[in-house]
Design a protein around this ligand. Sequence first.
Ligand SMILES: NC(=O)c1ccc[n+]([C@@H]2O[C@H](COP(=O)([O-])OP(=O)(O)OC[C@H]3O[C@@H](n4cnc5c(N)ncnc54)[C@H](O)[C@@H]3O)[C@@H](O)[C@H]2O)c1
Length: 349
Amino acid sequence: MKLLVTGGAGFIGSAVVRLAVARGHQVVNLDALTYAACLDNVATVADDPLYSFEHADIRDRAALDHIFATHKPDAVMHLAAESHVDRSIDGPGDFIETNITGTYNMLEAARGYWVGAGRPDGFRFHHISTDEVYGSLPSDPEVLFTEDTGYDPRSPYSASKASSDHLVRAWFETYGLPVVLTNCSNNYGPYHFPEKLIPVVILNALAGKPLPIYGDGSNIRDWLYVEDHADALLLVVAKGEVGRSYNIGGENERTNLELVKTLCAILDQKRPKAQGSYADQITFVADRPGHDARYAIDPARIRDELGWRPSVTVEQGLERTVQWYLDNEDWWRALQGRSGVGQRLGVKA
Ligand SMILES: NC(=O)c1ccc[n+]([C@@H]2O[C@H](COP(=O)([O-])OP(=O)(O)OC[C@H]3O[C@@H](n4cnc5c(N)ncnc54)[C@H](O)[C@@H]3O)[C@@H](O)[C@H]2O)c1
């Protein structure tokens, strides 16, 4: 299959690119290379004849038309987005332009190409989204996000992703564009940009800095190893039913405080401090405005209909992740100087 992957120089997109090439797919990586991108994320496939790169912005419709005409993809996997909730609180404009208008441009460019090619049956537009579109769950562990949960986004980021999901469904209903959608829980793993919780905790711990926990640390997230997400995405783009969405999650609910304590325990084993535990560096800081209390995915549809299951437990995945950061200091050091990294963002109410 020839895949056009947007956002393939980011965290999840690069995992998709690496896995797709390893499985023998041709991949065109379209990325604007924003602050969140790093071409080193795809260095292992950069010289592979199956891989090519297009430096382009999804806000630029003419560039998208040119890329579709040049590469003639069998499927689009659309991951390019502004993705950091805290940045969306400080500057929502980029989220509106990239996540909503950019997705609109992708849909129109894909539709023009698909119609021009005679509406091939096998074409897919796979929109990659988040569970954050569903809002916040109560603490009752029986209550989970299903594909039928109503949308209730509460941050500029999640509202922009919800808007893009609605556009994608509208292009299916109105124009018949063969779309599939996925909504995934929080990812973690190698190449996670060092402004997100897990890399911040690992890198601050190693630097002897405070490990910031928003509020009282009771917010619950459902964690999924990024390579398992990439595997699920390649399954959905190939076998997902047109017009449907699939929730993807690891069934690994943890409070932020539990997660940080687990990371500290792994670091205590792998790189013991001269005295005490990394957990001694935990510091509670002002909460994020509108911080959703709990996200948790019911992955029954993708499990029962497509046979997908995550390959690692959260303990195995976190252990691999910590080891990866210990082994790849050059990668993360190069990103720490980027704008906003290491600063507290998103505290404006
Ligand atoms: N990180 C998560 O836990 C998570 C969970 C569920 C869904 N998602 C979704 O998965 C996708 C990828 O997330 P991520 O964490 O890898 O994000 P990321 O921020 O690491 O990467 C985003 C990539 O998109 C590119 N990009 C941004 N704006 C662009 C534009 N205008 N034109 C072209 N490229 C642009 C960036 O350069 C970057 O390479 C997003 O759509 C996000 O909403 C993320």
